[in-house]
Design a binder for this molecule. Structure first.
Ligand SMILES: CC(C)(COP(=O)(O)OP(=O)(O)OC[C@H]1O[C@@H](n2cnc3c(N)ncnc32)[C@H](O)[C@@H]1OP(=O)(O)O)[C@@H](O)C(=O)NCCC(=O)NCCS
Length: 169
């Protein structure tokens, strides 16, 4: 399989925050943002693998900033590392100032998707080649995050999580 770059899977969704999507403080519901991020990440994983993809885990979500009603929200997803059948997708969320058009980073999240065949069995995906400094940093840390996610899911023994152990040595 031909390796791909993060840019090949870049997916950008821009949409408004409507009244039905807000909490009593008139800010975007967390669940609505999760759904938008899941959709963008799913398209990104599909672009990388050109297969059916399913969400395997949501590894990290940081709601650092409230997103007010009426905001223009841009969700940008890219594959940060591909393993055998799984792909880590890094999602950055931006809001745009109405007058200046300046973008501010509001939130970020990291999802894991798995490529599967028509029967739901995992299938291999192309390798990801990181290009920029940020892509290289995210690529390097992805194995550690995969091991943490597998340990928390009870799918890996802590003793086998070599990347995590290395942090404390
Ligand atoms: C995701 C799914 C295909 C994994 O199946 P599985 O039987 O665990 O398969 P495997 O053990 O072979 O794992 C497949 C890959 O997923 C990865 N994976 C599985 N669970 C994971 C987790 N919690 N976190 C990170 N990666 C995970 C494995 O490490 C493996 O990666 P690799 O092939 O790149 O090394 C399966 O659990 C599934 O279909 N889940 C439901 C998905 C779904 O419906 N999502 C929407 C929820 S509403």
């Amino acid at each position: 399989m031909t390796p791909k770059t993060a840019e090949n899977s870049k997916t950008t969704l821009t949409d408004l925050v409507l009244p039905s999507e807000t909490n009593p403080l008139n800010n975007l519901f967390g669940g609505e943002l999760l759904a938008r991020m899941d959709r963008a990440a799913s398209i990104s994983a599909r672009r990388h693998s050109r297969r059916i993809v399913v969400t395997a885990s949501v590894n990290h979500v940081a709601f650092n900033r409230a997103v007010p009603l009426g905001s223009v929200v841009t969700v940008e997803a890219k594959v940060s590392r591909a393993f055998k059948s799984s792909m880590e997708i890094y999602i950055d969320v931006w809001i745009e100032d109405r007058e200046s058009g300046e973008r501010t980073k509001a939130n970020e999240a990291i999802y894991t998707f798995v490529a599967v065949d028509e029967t739901g069995r995992p299938v291999n995906v192309p390798e990801l080649i990181p290009e920029t400094k940020l892509e290289k940093e995210r690529f390097a840390a992805a194995l550690r995050r995969k091991q943490l996610s597998l340990v928390l899911a009870g799918k890996m023994q802590p003793k086998d999580a070599t990347e995590l152990k290395a942090l404390f040595e």
